[in-house]
Design a protein around this ligand. Sequence first.
Ligand code: NAP
Ligand code: ZN
Length: 349
Amino acid sequence: MSTVKSYAAKHADQPLGPFELIRRTPGPKDVEIEILYCGVCHSDIHMARNEWGGTIFPIVPGHEIVGKVISVGAEVSKHKVGDTVGVGCMVDSCGTCGSCAEDLEQFCENGMSGTYSSYLQDKKTITYGGYSTHIVVTEKFVLSVSDKLPIEGVAPLLCAGITTYSPLRHWNVKKGDKVAVVGLGGLGHMAVKLAAAMGAEVTMLSRSPEKAKDADSLGAHHFELTTDPENMKRLKGSYNLIIDTVSASHDYATYLNLLKTNGVMVLVGVPPTPEQIHATSLIFGRKSLAGSLIGGIKETQEMLDFCAEHNIVSDVEVIAMDEINEAYERTIAGDVRYRFVIDMASLKK
Ligand code: NAP
Ligand code: ZN
């Protein structure tokens, strides 16, 4: 076992601060990783502040991890010392249930092990995430990262990237499809880049007029302001697929109205409070309201390879570890273009 430096929240109403945690001695199937960069997902904030309930304190957030392999167990064949690798939102699953057999570990019927504030498969050992200098992960849950791309921009692909890639693939987005993305944040900007790379005609639906120019440079073909009721009326029946990334409470019916007949709206954003919708929002136009959770390990590797092929990374603002509390406030205020990523060298000093 080794003691490593990290940043943790000890209570929901306290800022994050330095914390020492114990990483296990790597076993035969384990990969030991020196973390170089870790993205800051809005889920880290929801969890550190216990906005969904069930957070295990102290919590060390961080599930957009990129680093270098520094040691491997005797039975590891997928990775070797010196490889650039990534770890996303999961660090293990049962490996035997129907979902795991279908490469859908995120829906493991025995409960997947989240990267932080969760339990390993022994259901006893608490997990601690990527706001730390090192992590030990079983080889199956360690992804290969291309050395072609700037790795600080790759880190957010491990959550924001796969969370938006997976529904685009599942609903079979192809050339010419009309896809709208709600909310231009960490997930939203990846959804725009990925949907555009798949050939869709992409519309950014945002409440922030100052983001219009950015949407264009990210690859969106249209930008529509959601705060303008005339706009929302005009856009009725426009889209085949809507990816909703909004982190705060909002009215789903307003967006369902923008779907074409048989259209699908996929929720990936997780506002802390439940929303209400009337059945008529779905009945007229035979619309579907769906949800999607990250993606399986096989699909995450496919997404990383797709991004390497298409030169896609996240637009990031690199921060030092001790700037994390300010970064949380700025993320909530929508003041990030478009993902904070922590340079872990700042924690090693
Ligand atoms: P983020 O960077 O904070 O982006 C959220 C965006 O939503 C904002 O940039 C803003 O875009 C919009 N927004 C925020 N508050 C709003 C409000 N009150 N009304 C309308 N729009 C608002 O967050 P993120 O990291 O992308 O995460 C987004 C959500 O996805 C979070 O709830 C997170 O927990 C969840 N998540 C889910 C999964 C999954 O597997 N399903 C994975 C990761 C994250 P505009 O300014 O453009 O309107
Ligand atoms: Zn995340």
